[in-house]
Ligand binder design. Structure first.
Ligand code: HEC
Length: 112
């Protein structure tokens, strides 16, 4: 009997923890998507393909491509922070943790 209560309690704690962890992951994803939509969609398109008119005009890379995906997180955040070619720098506009979230968002794009 006591064992069952213990089991139930630990199951309840586990479920609470899992729900909390899941909701914070979802929240982070939503934040990243919002930041991406506000700052990046213009040139990179919603799917990262760069197929928007400004993306085509400026030759924005397909963020899902191997060329981009094989770069390290540090290289990607450096490009976002200091800009690259015709891409503006976002280091003044976005905090480092927002840029880290964007890198994670870019990593998830090919899986969509
Ligand atoms: C004004 C258009 C424009 C906007 C806005 C823009 N980009 Fe870009 N981006 C580009 C272009 C053009 C390139 C290709 C640069 C090159 O290789 O010369 C690029 C390249 C990149 C790359 C590849 C960098 C590399 O190291 O090869 C990443 C990652 C990237 N952009 C992410 C973002 C993110 C995240 C945002 C939003 C915060 C963003 N971009 C906003 C135009 C833009």
């Amino acid at each position: 009997m006591r064992l069952t209560v213990l089991h139930l309690t630990s199951a309840a704690i586990f479920i609470c923890g899992a729900t909390l962890a899941l909701s914070s992951t979802l929240r982070a994803q939503n934040d990243a998507e919002k930041i991406y939509k506000t700052n990046c969609v213009l040139c990179h398109a919603a799917d990262g393909s760069g197929s928007s008119p400004s993306g085509k005009a400026l030759k924005a890379q397909d963020l899902r491509s191997d060329a981009v995906q094989k770069k390290s997180d540090a290289e990607l955040s450096a490009s976002i922070t200091t800009g690259k070619g015709k891409m503006p720098a976002f280091g003044k506009k976005l905090k480092p943790d927002a840029i880290a979230q964007l890198v994670a968002f870019i990593r998830a794009l090919p899986k969509k």
